[in-house]
Design a protein around this ligand. Sequence first.
Ligand SMILES: Cc1cc2nc3c(=O)[nH]c(=O)nc-3n(C[C@H](O)[C@H](O)[C@H](O)COP(=O)(O)O)c2cc1C
Length: 410
Amino acid sequence: MTILAGKRVVLGVCGSIAAFKAAQLCSTLVQAGAEVDVILTRAAREFVTPLTFQSLTRRAVYGDLYGDVAANPSLSSAHVDVGMHADVLVVCPATATTIARLAHGLADDMLACTALVSRAPLVIAPAMNVGMWEHLATQANVATLLARGATQVGPTFGRLAEGISGMGRLAPLEDVVGATRAALGRGGPLAGRRVVVTAGGTHEPIDPVRFVGNRSSGKMGHALAEAARDAGAMVVLVTGPVSLARPWGIEVVPVETARQMADATLGACEGADLLVMAAAVADYRPAVESDRKLKRSGDALAITLAPNPDILATVSARFGDRLVKVGFAAETGEVAAEATRKLHAKGAHLICANDVSEVGSGFGTDTNRVTMFGRDGSVEALPMLPKPEVATLIIARAGALVAARGGATA
Ligand SMILES: Cc1cc2nc3c(=O)[nH]c(=O)nc-3n(C[C@H](O)[C@H](O)[C@H](O)COP(=O)(O)O)c2cc1C
């Protein structure tokens, strides 16, 4: 599970046409193992019903400060209880009115009361008409919330409900989830640490339209970057071409070839505390890249391959043990022997090995079965797990290695 598991999330939903998207967000949070208390403003109830959220959370849905108490006297302290016990407060969609309420410390509805009582991190996902968004009043109110430590996610530019395009569209829900996870992880075990993660496969060009590549989807590397972010780290993700969304709150450096990945990774490792090399870097590239598209001739075509740099070994040679280095070994045979060889040959602290010939483990899958081989001779075999869970366990192990080395180097 990710950092959301077992956390108490208060989801405040406001009176915006985007309120229907909050139901999907609520479902995602519940499926991630969070305990979600939903507060619908009076205006939100014009757009969505409590029944939807009750059904998704199997919990009471809060809303009317006084009416709820009249119907159920046990809720007489709900206006303070819900906020006091929250781990994070997410307002999605956040209207101009509610942003103003929160900025000015009003307590005139259940959501505003809860926000005023709560000391949990606040995440706002604004959605509104472009004129409302750009108004100096709204901008000042948002700035006030940010100065107090709130996290703002979105809005984005796109089609608005009134039919025009502009800034004001609710952020993608993956970003709202990412911002919520990051807010929960603030001050975590990797707080103040710089982490570099590589992900995806590389494309080694043959000519302007063809390349040598591999089946890596980038899912493991992206999950590791998110797990490091959720542990409080500042994360740089150096990623080959993948069809995954950019994870929220992570600096992404897109690259194509192994040599580009080597340059980007070496640059990012300057001052870093931890490198996790999850990318499937091509060992070889075409020795010659044609600047014109190769034509079919009917004859056999031989492509000579030249070796690519070994990024992990190069990082070790340049930085030594100034940072903790975690490598991956995707093998199809002697997994343990190859992992142990790589551990020493590349100067790694930890090698995460998997047998990619096993169904469900490795490239393109949503799950992975990893065994962690430590420099200290330790061997820890994890069961087959979803990649986000594997990532959480690897980052916990790597984080312990970073902590054992003492103060932050950033
Ligand atoms: C159809 C419709 C759509 C609306 N959409 C938005 C919106 O996206 N963002 C916003 O800030 N206000 C929007 N409003 C205005 C709010 O509903 C109104 O400001 C309300 O007071 C917000 O209250 P609340 O913040 O307590 O939910 C909309 C109003 C209507 C009638």
